[in-house]
Design a protein around this ligand. Structure first.
Ligand code: NAI
Ligand code: NAD
Ligand code: ISE
Length: 337
């Protein structure tokens, strides 16, 4: 069976997902697209040479009879409406992060999915599908370094086009909030945000950069995340876990080691698309396979909601200067945790 997919949003990442489904993956076909910029949507259909109908609105696409499943890759503030409409139509939906721009919006999605009685929603937290994070998780699960005690992480990007305000806490570090609780199989109880001296590039754009985010988990693990989105030198994701008897570090992306002109060096990637290209492929292939079986086994609406509550606590902590509690409601049995 070929899964017939409709894509909402044909911008940077929507276009990329269409390309990967057409060229790299199996079991699915793009049959419909839409974008508020209709010209761009038509351009993507032509450019990729796909036979897909261009719809006027996301709601038309969701309700189109030929569409089996939906990918939401439009701007964050549009996600909630589209995910709720997909649930109402009874169609599986993979929504790029954030699930919704407020925790209340995420909760509405959780409640709607439970009321529908079927798992339909997956959130685009692709790091869970990254080979290096999966390797690190296996080391922890196997108990190789004993119980994890502290984590030292970094989310560094060379530049942050379009960033403003607290987006480091609400837009990019959401990947850390998700992948670290998945890695530890734990949940957060508190957040603190420390603001070091700001870099010039952040200051020019009117926002603080870097931030240091401190999270504590139920099991008492202490996590430190350096978020630095104007670091200039590369796109660099780090995660080092100190356990009772050893340290496990996220493997570096493979690169040819050079000894050249009196220097010994390794390359560093600069674009998140390159760093996680394989993870996106695995994420979408696994989603297509599970959806074709009538299942849903990726990051859930509940995970999207927990991440939103964590982001809210981090923003609160940034301005209060205090350690802010993260009070998670009990996970509904529907999400099986
Ligand atoms: P973008 O701005 O390049 O593309 C968004 C597209 O959505 C635009 O073409 C825009 O015209 C369209 N759009 C906006 N509102 C719409 C609506 N109501 N109906 C139809 N189309 C609409 O943005 P980008 O970078 O592609 O990001 C899209 C989403 O992907 C965001 O939610 C972002 O957070 C997420 N994202 C996820 C990443 C990841 O690592 N998983 C990385 C980058 C983005
Ligand atoms: P983008 O601005 O390049 O593309 C967004 C597209 O959505 C635009 O083409 C816009 O016209 C369209 N759009 C907006 N509102 C729409 C609507 N109501 N109906 C139809 N189309 C609409 O943005 P992007 O970089 O592609 O990011 C899109 C989403 O992907 C964001 O939610 C972002 O957070 C997420 N994202 C995730 C990752 C990741 O690592 N998982 C990386 C980048 C972006
Ligand atoms: C972007 O929004 C993402 O989601 C990327 O994965 C992230 O690492 C990048 O820094 C963000 O801007």
């Amino acid at each position: 069976m070929t899964l017939k997919i409709g894509v909402i949003g044909t911008g940077a990442i929507g276009k990329d997902h269409i390309r990967r489904i057409r060229r790299n993956l199996t079991g699915a076909r793009i049959v419909a697209v839409t974008d508020v910029n209709a010209e761009q949507a038509h351009g993507v259909v032509q450019g990729e040479g796909i036979e897909a109908r261009v719809y006027d609105t996301g709601l038309d696409l969701i309700n189109a009879p030929e569409v089996d499943a939906i990918i939401v890759a439009s701007w964050g503030p549009t996600h909630e409406e589209f995910v709720l409409a997909a649930i109402a139509a009874g169609k599986p939906v993979l929504c790029e992060k954030p699930l919704a721009v407020t925790a209340e919006g995420c909760r509405r999605i959780v409640d709607a999915e439970i009321a529908a009685g079927r798992s339909l929603v997956q959130v685009g937290f692709m790091r869970r599908y990254d080979r290096s994070y999966r390797q690190l998780k296996k080391v922890l699960t196997d108990g190789a370094i004993g119980a994890p005690l502290t984590l030292n992480c970094a989310h560094r990007a060379p530049e942050a086009p379009g960033f403003s305000g607290d987006m480091a806490l609400t837009d990019s570090c959401v990947h850390e909030y998700d992948v670290l609780r998945w890695l530890l199989d734990d949940d957060y109880v508190s957040a603190q945000v420390i603001m070091p001296r700001s870099c010039h590039l952040g200051e020019q754009e009117g926002y603080q950069d870097p931030h240091v985010i401190l999270l504590r988990t139920r099991q008492g693990v202490h996590i430190s995340i350096e978020s630095f989105v104007n670091c200039q030198y590369g796109y660099d994701i780090q995660c080092h876990v100190t356990g009772e008897k050893g340290i496990a570090s996220l493997p570096e992306p493979a690169s040819v080691h050079l000894r050249l002109e009196a220097k010994s060096s390794d390359g560093i990637l600069v674009d998140w698309k390159d760093r996680f290209v394989d993870a996106f492929d695995v994420e979408f292939q696994e989603w297509i396979n599970a959806t074709a079986r009538g299942e849903m086994d990726g990051p859930s609406a509940w995970d999207g909601y927990v991440v939103a509550l964590t982001a809210d606590a981090c923003v609160k902590a940034k301005y209060s200067g205090l350690i802010e509690p993260i009070s998670l409601p009990e996970c509904p049995a529907f999400y099986g945790r």
